[in-house]
Design a protein. Structure first.
Lengths: 116, 116
């Protein structure tokens, strides 16, 4: 499967713990977007990264959330000291360049995060 | 700023009937418009996209959408619904933002039910 791979598919954490969500883009893609989907809501943009660079983090909460896309390995979305309101589905999308609309973003199957 | 409004959070049709899912957008720049479909516990799959070429766009699974600038609309249609079309449908708009990012702005989605 050469698609966008996200893991884990489901993640359960207790309040105050840390959550790490991983995303491996499609082969040949070097641009990654993270989105969050709350119940009964559409997807909301969080952050856009290229290898080793955060390009646009205008959708990221100011505290507890961070993202990286290292030179080697997957992109990581990290949520520290999780709270109940962080429960959501988190989706990663990748594109070969800056989202050239002739080559739109391809989405992974998401990570469903549940906070106890 | 860009936004998307999907009229009707739930649409129910009979198998074989016309499917019409409504989407209106707001954009200060020429928009790129997309329709995605989401099946339960899965990611988003691109149905079709409008990128300023033909205003009538044909997508996968028999879906098509027409871009109407005067109405700022991009409604999704399919002449004859199939049971397998039951899913949630998202309309999205993008435009170049900082750093060349083309983050997607999504509507809240429309759940399509197909009755036998």
């Amino acid at each position: 499967n050469a698609g966008v791979m996200q893991n884990p598919r489901h993640l359960v954490r207790r309040r105050g713990q840390e959550a790490r969500l991983r995303c491996s883009p499609m082969k040949g893609h070097s641009h990654v977007y993270w989105y969050r989907q709350l119940p009964e809501e559409g997807l909301k943009f969080m952050v856009y990264l290229q290898k080793e660079n955060i390009i646009d983090e205008s959708g990221m909460p100011k505290e507890r959330f961070s993202a990286e896309f290292p030179k080697e390995g997957p992109s990581i979305l990290r949520i520290q000291q999780v709270v109940r309101g962080d429960s959501a589905a988190y989706f990663c999308a990748s594109s070969p360049n800056g989202g050239d609309s002739n080559q739109p973003q391809h989405f992974g199957d998401g990570t469903r995060l549940s906070i106890l | 700023a860009q936004s998307v409004t999907q009229l009707g959070s739930h649409v129910s049709v009979s198998e074989g009937a016309l499917v019409l899912l409504r989407c209106n957008y707001s954009s200060s720049v020429p928009p790129y418009l997309f329709w995605y479909v989401q099946y339960p516990n899965q990611g988003l799959q691109l149905l079709l996209k409008y990128t300023s070429a033909a205003t009538l766009v044909k997508g996968i699974n028999g879906f098509e959408a027409e871009f109407k600038k005067s109405e700022t609309s991009f409604h999704l249609t399919k002449p004859s619904a199939h049971m397998s079309d039951a899913a949630e449908y998202f309309c999205a708009v993008s435009g170049v933002t900082q750093g060349g990012s083309e983050k997607l702005v999504f509507g809240k989605g429309t759940k399509l039910t197909v009755n036998p």
